[in-house]
Design a protein around this ligand. Structure first.
Ligand code: ZN
Length: 386
């Protein structure tokens, strides 16, 4: 059966050594290592060893049925990757940290709370991003944090990336049920007493804009909005840059194919200029995986878009770790088709969005400058005085 991958399991260390086919290299190898954690909650860490070309996977449970399941899921993942076309990553822009530039180390406590300096950084950078959106003619929006069942049915995010979503459940307004809960000696409410109406905590914010103008005729439109987003991330991968709950600002645009692509590229230029003006180092690259708002595992079921559908702005830390802090997406007509948005001649509009992980911008700025506003770039302080 198992011709593509072979594994060696060590009971003592709870470790699986996965010998990989030769063809898993370059972009495919990084994809594989990125996706293995999403295969099972049983996976506790993943690393690569070029000696023997293998992935080393630490597992929590080594029971036979768990191992069988892991084996078959990994096999499926490797097969999907071998069958996929992964284009070489293109670098569009780089701003290289000068060698020999060593910045002061700042202790970042922000996984527990944000303090006043953190909030100033967040407000400062957000104001600068709103300024860019307004220069591009944005209408300002703010919505709630929940997507209704109807909105989810239209965008399909939960079907493509079920591992990322948090559902919303509630207790029915039912006297007998309420009484039962109040009078029970248990300190918790049994999960079975909650029911779902198909709503989800938002994993990204832009679908609200599509829902607002669904089933209507439009010409070129552009919005900016900000919201709290929620994604069920892998516990051991959480850090300042990868959180379960985070703030996202988006600039969303819909219109003719030319309008959408030109907005995406000109906003990208503006954001790149801001990135430089804030003294940050990094690059803009094509996303390896051209999917929309993803962080997923297998390619199955996701909609493949044009080759350069997604560009990412990566902040590169002093230690060399890169983190995507903004993405520039062209969704072509996929989302407007789902939400029934057309032009006067009944052509489905194109759309795109630029998404900013505000917490990640804060983390990048904090790493660079720390919490003392005296040493921040003037831009951040002036934007705070508005
Ligand atoms: Zn979006």
């Amino acid at each position: 059966m198992n011709t593509l991958v072979n594994d060696i399991f060590s009971i003592e260390t709870g470790q699986v050594t996965l010998l990989l086919p030769r063809k898993i290299n370059g972009g495919r190898l990084s994809e594989l290592l990125e996706r293995i954690p999403y295969v099972s909650e049983n996976v506790k860490s993943v690393s690569y060893s070029d000696q023997g070309h293998c992935a080393i996977i630490n597992v929590e449970s080594s029971e036979a049925d768990q191992m069988d399941l892991l084996r078959s899921d990994l096999q499926e993942l490797v097969e999907a990757l071998l069958a996929s076309k992964i284009a070489a990553q293109k670098t569009l822009k780089t701003r290289v940290r000068p060698s020999g530039l060593v910045s002061k180390k700042h202790v970042d406590d922000s996984m527990v709370y944000y303090n006043s300096a953190d909030l100033k950084l967040i407000a400062g950078v957000d104001k600068l991003l709103v300024d860019i959106a307004i220069r591009h003619g944005a209408s300002i929006r703010e919505y709630g944090s929940i997507y209704s069942a109807e909105i989810m049915a239209r965008n399909g995010y939960h079907k493509n990336f079920p591992q990322n979503v948090y559902g919303v459940t509630q207790i029915s307004h039912n006297y007998a049920l309420i009484k039962e809960i109040r009078e029970s000696s248990s300190s918790t409410i049994p999960p079975g007493m909650f029911h779902s109406q198909g709503a989800f905590l938002q994993p990204c914010v832009c679908y609200h804009c599509y829902a607002e103008i669904q089933d209507s005729i439009q010409s070129n439109v552009l919005y900016t909005l900000k919201g709290r987003c929620f994604r069920h991330e892998i516990e051991w991968r959480l850090n300042n840059f990868r959180r379960n709950e985070f703030t996202m600002r988006e600039i969303v645009f819909m219109g003719s194919p030319e309008y959408v692509e030109s907005k995406r590229l000109t906003i990208m230029e503006d954001v790149w200029a801001l990135f430089g003006a804030l003294g940050l180092y990094g690059q803009i690259v094509t996303a390896r995986d051209p999917f929309f708002h993803y962080d997923d595992m297998k390619t199955k079921g996701a909609v493949q878009l044009m080759a350069d559908a997604k560009y990412e702005l990566e902040f590169i830390s002093e230690a060399g770790h890169s983190s995507s802090i903004a993405s520039f997406n062209n969704c072509q007509d996929t989302l407007c088709a789902k939400f029934g948005i057309t032009d006067f001649d009944s052509n489905v509009l194109h759309s795109g969005c630029v998404a900013f992980g505000i917490d990640r911008w804060r983390a990048a700025l904090f790493e660079q400058y720390g919490g003392d506003c005296e040493v921040w770039p003037d831009l951040l302080n002036t934007s705070n005085n508005h």
